[in-house]
Design a protein around this ligand. Structure first.
Ligand SMILES: NC(=O)c1ccc[n+]([C@@H]2O[C@H](COP(=O)([O-])OP(=O)(O)OC[C@H]3O[C@@H](n4cnc5c(N)ncnc54)[C@H](O)[C@@H]3O)[C@@H](O)[C@H]2O)c1
Length: 369
């Protein structure tokens, strides 16, 4: 009989691609998801993209009875249900703490009963947001900076400074101390630490995958706070230019969802690692302005990005992944080519009805600069 995997949040962007991949690999797949309206819109209907072979339990990760039913005969738990948004988490900290921290705690509490739920592997998605700023160098030394001050941002000086010198960003390894700067990041940090602690204490092989900026088809287009590629695409689809904060020079690591899937499958099949934390990115820094410009070209939009020269509170300047640990220990090799994958993304976006909720969200921001 095939092994059963439970994917919490399996109707979401990442979870749904994982469901496809696990089925393809011969696993039985069960999805637990509450079809959160902030992700799936208010229609209350399940998206049509999941295979009929997926068993669906509609329910909330915080509900113990639902979790007990979901965990029956499961050998792998892929815990992807979460409230996902840095910006929203700052105005709704209790929802984020409940879903991400308490929801994970409820799941872990059940998993400590190894006789009742003898799972073989727990995979938890963590996030690059737990680092805060990425790693930098100045004068030959490593620098792990705090956020830029309000005064600095008001003077439109965007780069990280150390003793007046501009620090150079470098690839961020897992060893960089975490310095979460939003409620979302704090809850992701909690989730990772709790899963590793319970995993260690209860003998559950547990792997935390720190995802960088994921893009690809099925990313929510109705949420103005999720991935930048999806937000820019929704804007362009509605005839509006992408809005780029600061000067657009912020460096990020865009990783295609197929590479995220690759990392999860590798983590699932690897039986030699009992505990581990891995950066999962592309390893290639790309500026936000470049993403906007590439999408403008691909959409054949006649216009320029709107560069605000203002900073969003809590935003970091640069962070991109050092993926050498995942390469060495998991055999992870990102394969997606950025421009080709953006083309695929806009092909998908063009088949969707995307509401551009950006302007309303933008008005709520307290901008610096
Ligand atoms: N997308 C990214 O760039 C990114 C980056 C780093 C980490 N992550 C992490 O990866 C995971 C998946 O992210 P995603 O982008 O697929 O998000 P998503 O919002 O597309 O999917 C999350 C899914 O969880 C479900 N959900 C939310 N609250 C729930 C609850 N209380 N009970 C049951 N289900 C619930 C939603 O309905 C949704 O289907 C999350 O844990 C997120 O923190 C994502």
């Amino acid at each position: 009989m095939s092994e059963r995997v439970l994917i919490t949040g399996g109707y979401g962007f990442v979870g749904s691609h994982l469901a496809d991949a696990y089925l393809e690999q011969g696993y039985s797949v069960r999805v637990l998801d509450n079809l959160d309206p902030t992700v799936h819109g208010s229609s209350n209907k399940a998206p049509t993209y999941l295979s009929k072979d997926v068993e669906f339990i509609r329910g909330d990760i915080r509900d113990t009875d639902t979790l007990v039913a979901s965990l029956k005969d499961v050998s792998i738990v892929s815990h992807h249900a979460a409230a996902v948004s840095v910006v929203q988490s700052m105005s709704n900290p209790s929802r984020f703490a409940e879903v991400n921290t308490l929801g994970t705690a409820r799941l872990l509490e059940l998993l400590t009963d190894r006789n009742r739920f003898p799972i073989r592997k727990l995979i938890v998605p963590s996030s690059m947001s737990i680092y805060g700023e990425g790693l930098y160098q100045a004068g030959g030394n490593e620098v792990t900076p705090h956020l830029r001050s309000k005064e600095q941002l008001e003077s439109k000086s965007w780069e990280i400074l150390s003793n007046g010198e501009v620090c150079q960003p470098v690839h961020t390894p897992e060893t960089k101390p975490s310095r979460p700067t939003s409620i979302y990041a704090i809850t992701k940090h909690d989730q990772e630490e709790m899963a590793l602690a319970i995993g260690e204490a209860s003998g559950i092989p547990t792997i935390a995958l720190r995802y960088f900026n994921i893009y690809g088809p099925r990313q929510s287009l109705c949420n103005p706070y999720t991935g930048v590629a999806a937000i820019f695409s929704s804007r362009l689809l509605n005839g509006n230019p992408p809005v780029v904060f600061e000067d657009g020079g912020q460096l990020r690591d865009f990783v295609h969802v197929s590479d995220i899937v690759q990392a999860n499958i590798l983590a699932t099949i690897n039986d030699s690692i009992d505990q581990g934390v891995y950066n999962i990115g592309s390893g290639n820094p790309v500026s936000i302005l470049e993403v906007a410009e590439r999408l403008i070209r691909l959409f054949e939009f006649h216009g320029e990005p709107s560069i605000t020269q203002t900073a969003r509170p809590g935003d970091i300047r640069h962070c991109y992944a050092d993926i050498s640990k995942a390469a060495k220990e998991l055999g992870y090799r990102p394969k997606a080519i950025f421009n080709d994958s953006l083309k695929e993304l806009i092909g998908w976006v063009s088949t969707q009805t995307a509401t551009d909720n950006f302007d309303a969200a933008y008005k709520k921001l307290n901008l610096t600069g």
